[in-house]
Design a protein around this ligand. Sequence first.
Ligand code: EPZ
Length: 419
Amino acid sequence: MDKFIIKGGVPLKGTVAVRPAKNALLPCMAASLLTTEQVRFTSSARHMDIISMLSVLEHLGADVEGKPGGRLSVRAANGHGDLEAPYDLVRRMRASVLVLGPMLARYQRARVSLPGGCAIGARPIDLHLRALATLGADIRVEHGYVETTAKKLKGAEVVFDKTTVGGTENILMAAVLAEGETVVRNAAREPEIVDLAGMLTGMGAHIEGAGTDTIRVEGVRELHGVTHTCIPDRIVAGTLLIAGAITGGDVTCTDVEPEHLEALLLKLRSMGAKVDAGESKVRVAAPRKLVSTDIVTQPFPGFPTDLQAQFMALLSQAKGTGTVKETIFENRFMHVPELVRMGADIRIEGNLAVISGPRPLSGAPVMASDLRASACLVLAGLCAGGVTEIRRIYHLDRGYESLEKSLRALGGRVRRVKE
Ligand code: EPZ
């Protein structure tokens, strides 16, 4: 297992290019099951989750060429006999559940292991299953697997009780090959949904309204191959910009979509940072003193839950009392005890964290507990006095590609070493 050793106290300065988003690549890769033709991705990212999704696709009979981090091509000419995403693959990455919709649409059946909970919450998939049932799928949950069949999916009105990114993606991928029109209400509006809809449209699907809360899909008989470029990773970009702000530095991210980062940029401005957003780039220069603010995590275009932990590290360095309310996941404060060990003043009341600052952080051995909590600890280590050792950074590698290299390019003193 690898760990990070960080010597804090250096203001990060410079420019980094951002790569395609994990959370866009994953559904788009699953969507390549919808056609017998080749689907090409002009670039990808070398995350563990992308590697896991490639294993799932190969297990389902797809031919995969290229390397994670570079171009990829997927061709699902024939379905594999058992059409099953087994427990061993799904437990490594819960987004494997995104193959359910496309498999059902293309092969009329699918068997996918139930993902189970994860560190940040219970994360059920009931809304995915209910939506697929509305399109006519017969669904059974037995022995830890979802088994689903449908002779022919039929378009219908799907109303999500709660906004769900993965649920919206699954239903879109099922509806594109269903008979007739599907209307998805209370759809997620995340940029990753718009990206997926763009790719599906490029494959011949008829979709309107992606990016709004009502998406209409007119099913088609078949889809063809496509070459697709996924959107840049707004969470990686946000993490690097916060790294600049927390160290008193000045960081520019290029190859980004500034409008995907608006909620974060608004908050950084209100804390006193100087923010310049141009075409495909964003620069954040830290003020002499950060001023506290409050955030509430919300579905897009609200403040993303995936930047909540990193932003909390920043609030620990701001003057005044700020609050963080987490409304998406029930257990996403696991970074708090570790931040407190490093000297932060944070009190938790239910889903609210109250952060008083600024408090100087001091380096300490800490343990990463999930993907974004790990990123939060890296940021804390970058501004702490002395040395921070972060264990279990395999969590970090699920969604950041060699984060230590990007940080070193900005002047950060971060080393990856074997435990
Ligand atoms: C996606 O997860 C992202 N993952 C998450 O990224 C992200 O945090 C999340 O959306 C919210 O933005 C991928 O895109 C691969 P949801 P997803 O369905 O689709 C509840 C990261 O760090 N819910 O929008 O699983 C659920 O428990 C991560 O990169 C149900 O109750 O999220 C949660 O409370 C982790 N039943 C809320 O809805 C369902 O059937 C939103 O979840 C589905 C969801």
